[in-house]
Design a protein around this ligand. Structure first.
Ligand code: FAD
Ligand code: NAI
Length: 486
């Protein structure tokens, strides 16, 4: 208890563990406190992202895509296979192995970087008197200890937003953790919420053979995405994958009947509907996780939705207390959380050296979004409806994957890339993609926007041939009506 750490990080998700590593690299004596336990009851670093989020979902997306391709897409290559079957427990075990490899990897990174790792729930104790440092009580199943630190980074992440009509039991009604742990393919799967989790998890189980119905409250589909991208994606999800997506619905009741779940809802035309499914995933967003961190006791300011209030540099209203990741405003994305963690670590290092400095505020406009469906969806910056609403005059260039040689060769020709640029200055304002491997292609657009590039800057870069990246090139050429291959 006498040791005073330079930094205590509460939470070891991509916000917290990255912040802790960067703090240690900068010479700060750092402790990271995390309470995550895996299904076997073992401490497991990495937070939502590694345990029940980004990584396990991508592992199952890959396995299910392989199965789906072999069954439905390989025959055009002259490849056929008989008796193709799927072994869900093997698939899930592969996913679990990837997760444990990575979570153990964080423990090794902590060791290598000399971050002290403590398992347990951290609570910021009320600061008494004129002490300079903070005390954090750590509770691990009733065993408690207290650490002291000059700076605290709150990185406690988020939890699934509950739907009171459909309480999670992870048997019939599942959250993201349950949706990633099914041991057999449900015949009928319902999903409430056509957001990122609903679409990714719905895709996994549909590819493996489930009948999937997704019920979405909003009147439109994927309203955060560019309208044209959302329209194209919805059409392919429905026609090629067979996802049944209903928007504008209103859930009336969710009842468990013997071994199924019955969802009653009104549809977009106000007609009463009933959906009976074997499993129901509830994925209606996530809420910041501040329970038990000592917010009330210390007067840590939260906003009306429960997010820790921070300034553009992730400083809270409490002296030397910062917050990063899902627990603060901005997109709930792993790379956003990590970026904030690094920025705060660097700011604390400057402060410790007596060089009071502010880190560069994270520019949310250049944070990429990716949805790992098939086709993938990715974007950065503003979309057309946002530009129109803001009254910003823009030019647009677009190119379809069907006209690209590499896309034809790999047999993935749906979708397009669209580049939006300021009408006067030509500066890139947004890039929107739906199609094969756009999760990788988006990085070029992010870099262009980060360096304030114009569409013609992208257009004058030589892109390898044949490659999918030529679609980005052609879309950029298209802004100036110079498309070559269409
Ligand atoms: P978290 O990862 O939630 O970590 C917080 C950690 O703090 C947890 O370990 C928690 O147990 C711990 N904790 C909380 N309170 C305390 C306390 N008082 N004391 C000690 N420990 C505490 N994002 C992407 O960018 N790409 C994706 O592909 C992607 N896929 C996703 C798929 C799913 C199914 C889900 C659910 C999310 C996905 N996300 C994805 C979002 C991503 O997981 C989050 O944005 C990211 O994990 C946020 O990181 P974080 O560090 O803020 O919080
Ligand atoms: P989401 O916000 O993406 O989608 C939730 C959807 O549920 C919305 O479309 C919303 O309108 C709908 N909804 C809300 N209440 C409803 C109700 N009562 N009935 C029907 N529909 C309702 O949230 P989701 O999918 O839960 O994911 C949470 C977050 O996790 C994402 O926003 C994202 O930040 C992160 N994530 C990121 C991924 C990625 O980067 N590829 C993958 C998965 C999650």
């Amino acid at each position: 208890m006498s040791e005073i750490f330079d930094v205590a990080v509460i939470g070891a998700g991509p916000g917290g563990y990255v912040a802790a590593i960067r703090c240690a690299q900068l010479g700060l004596n750092t402790v990271c406190i995390d309470d995550w336990k895996n299904a076997k009851g073992k401490a497991s670093l990495g937070g939502t992202c590694l345990n029940v989020g980004c990584i396990p979902s991508k592992a199952l997306l890959e396995s299910s895509a392989n199965y789906f391709h072999l069954k439905n897409k390989f025959s055009v290559h002259g490849i056929t296979a008989e008796h193709v079957s799927v072994d869900v427990p093997v698939m899930v075990a592969r996913k679990d192995k990837i997760v444990t490899t990575f979570t153990a990897g964080i423990a090794s990174l902590f060791k290598k970087n000399k971050v002290k790792s403590i398992h347990g729930r951290g609570t910021l104790l009320k600061r008494e008197g004129s002490t300079d440092d903070w005390q954090i009580k750590i509770d691990d199943n009733g065993n408690t200890e207290t650490v002291r630190a000059k700076h605290v980074i709150v990185a406690t992440g988020s939890v699934p937003r509950p739907l009171s009509l459909a309480p999670i039991d992870n048997n019939l009604i599942l959250d993201n953790a349950g949706a990633l742990a099914l041991t057999e393919v449900p015949k009928r799967l319902g999903v409430i919420g056509a957001g990122v989790i609903g679409l990714e998890m719905g895709s996994v189980w549909r590819r493996l053979g489930a009948e999937v119905t997704i019920l979405e409250a909003m009147p439109g589909f994927l309203m955060a995405a560019d309208e044209q991208v959302a329209k194209e994606a919805k059409s392919i999800f429905s026609k090629e994958l067979g996802l049944q997506i209903s928007t504008g619905i209103n859930i009336a009741s969710v009842k468990i009947s013997s071994n199924s779940v019955v969802v009653s809802y009104s549809d977009a035309n106000n007609q009463e509907q009933v959906l009976e499914v074997d499993k129901l995933i509830v994925a209606i967003g996530r809420t910041p996780n501040t329970s038990g961190i000592g917010a009330d006791e210390n007067g840590l300011m939260l906003d009306e939705r429960g997010f820790v209030v921070v300034d553009p540099h992730c400083r809270t209203n409490l002296n030397n207390v910062y917050a990063v990741g899902d627990v603060v405003r901005g997109p709930m994305l792993a790379h956003k959380a990590s970026e904030e963690g690094v920025a705060v670590a660097e700011m604390i290092a400057h402060i410790q050296k007596g060089q009071a400095s502010e880190n560069e505020a994270i520019d949310f406009n250049t944070i990429p979004w990716v949805i790992y469906t098939e086709p993938e969806i990715a974007w950065v910056g503003k979309n057309e409806q946002e530009l129109r609403a803001a009254g910003i005059a823009y030019k647009s260039g677009q190119f379809p994957f069907i006209a690209n040689g590499r896309a034809r060769a790999i047999g993935e020709t749906t979708g397009f890339v669209k580049v939006l640029a300021d009408e006067k200055t030509d500066r890139v304002l947004g890039v929107h993609m739906v199609g094969p491997h756009v999760s990788e292609l988006i990085s070029e657009a992010v870099m262009a926007m980060k360096f304030s590039a114009s569409s013609q800057d992208i257009a004058c870069i030589v892109h390898a041939h044949p490659s999918l990246s030529e679609v980005v090139h052609e879309a950029a050429l298209g802004v100036d009506k110079r498309t070559l291959h269409l």
